[in-house]
Design a protein around this ligand. Structure first.
Ligand SMILES: Nc1ncnc2c1ncn2[C@@H]1O[C@H](COP(=O)(O)OP(=O)(O)OP(=O)(O)O)[C@@H](O)[C@H]1O
Length: 313
């Protein structure tokens, strides 16, 4: 059963086509990763799925039902954790979760129980009477998650839930995602952190310029590029590196500069490492270190889009 089916979905903002004829299917029980750099169209897609934005064209079905005709059914079955934390600072943690669960029609004892369960799930039971303005970024994110799951939705959509938080809270959130999945929820997880998506997602779609450019399991995506490798050259200063000259070396597929690191993507077996190094030496560019990377999702992204996921940061 497909929990989500998107067909030929398009959203324009003036001249910008944020989502461009996108089609996608997500199976029940998956942790589905939506990976793309800033501005790729992840949030716009998610906001259309959750009903916050209206598409220009295309259809979205959740659990087989068209979302434009079944608003209450969709609301009950989706939990949305937005990128920008949406909690009320002047309500306690308990009151926040109770407020959101109340929107789905729960009352009395059931409302209290669902609120307490959600708070317990994110480990905030002891902080239930505290106002979130006293919370750390990570605790606010956890409260945000509790607000989204108290009504026990079948599909939980998380839009970059780990942006701007400490590593411990990040770990906690990733564990919560796994736990929710084990409890039977399907998760759609958007991120531009390749490592996170690689760690928790069973299937991944890479999105760029509003389109899904590839989709599959981690291994399927990696197998697309087994004939490529990336050579990372850490230089003293990359500003003087002329990317166009390196691109002309036979076998080189693309070159990116991220900080002082020059990432050269090249065909396996091209035997061009000497020529790449020679470019640096002959131009007086100091190499601090050099390593070759096994293909990972970052490499896949680089190969398919010609850009680094980290470009935008
Ligand atoms: N309300 C809006 N008005 C105009 N343009 C918008 C609006 N929302 C998004 N866009 C544009 O649509 C494109 C896709 O943006 P979107 O926020 O969906 O990307 P994203 O992949 O979620 O990136 P991020 O990680 O930054 O959230 C971008 O070019 C963005 O500038």
């Amino acid at each position: 059963m497909h929990i989500l089916e998107i067909e030929k979905l398009t959203k324009r903002f003036g001249d910008v086509v944020a989502v461009d004829q996108m089609s996608l299917k997500v199976e029940e029980g998956e942790i589905f990763g939506f990976l793309g750099s800033n501005g790729a169209g992840k949030s716009t897609t998610i906001e259309m799925v959750t009903g916050l934005l209206r598409p220009n064209s295309g259809t979205i079905k959740v659990l087989g039902k068209d979302i434009s005709k079944n608003r209450m059914f969709i609301k009950r079955n989706i939990g949305f954790v937005p990128q920008d934390i949406a909690i009320y600072e002047d309500l306690t943690a308990y009151e926040n979760v109770k407020f959101f669960a109340g929107l789905y029609g729960f009352r009395g004892k059931e409302l209290h129980e669902r609120t307490m369960e959600a708070l317990e799930f994110v480990d905030l039971t002891e902080k239930q009477k505290v106002f979130p303005k006293k919370f750390s970024g990570g605790m606010k994110r956890r409260l945000n998650i509790a607000c989204a799951i108290a009504h026990k939705p079948k599909l939980i959509i998380m839009d970059e839930p780990t942006v701007g938080i400490d590593p411990q809270s990040r770990k906690y959130i990733l564990e919560s995602v796994r736990k929710l999945n084990e409890m039977g929820c399907t998760i759609i997880y958007t991120s531009h952190y390749m490592e996170e998506v690689e760690e928790i997602c069973s299937r991944i779609a890479i999105i760029d310029h509003g389109q899904i450019i590839v989709e599959g399991t981690k291994d399927e995506l990696k197998s697309l590029i087994t004939d490529h490798k990336v050579v990372n050259i850490d230089t003293k200063s990359a500003v003087e590196v002329d990317v166009e000259i390196i691109k002309e070396i036979p076998g080189v597929l693309s070159v990116q500069v991220v900080g002082d690191e020059v990432q050269v993507q090249t065909e396996l077996g091209a035997n061009n490492l000497n020529r790449i190094i020679a470019y640096f030496i002959s131009n007086g560019l100091e190499i601090r270190s050099l390593d070759e990377k096994e293909p990972n999702l970052e490499t896949v992204f680089l190969t398919l889009t010609g850009r680094s996921l980290r470009d935008a940061h």
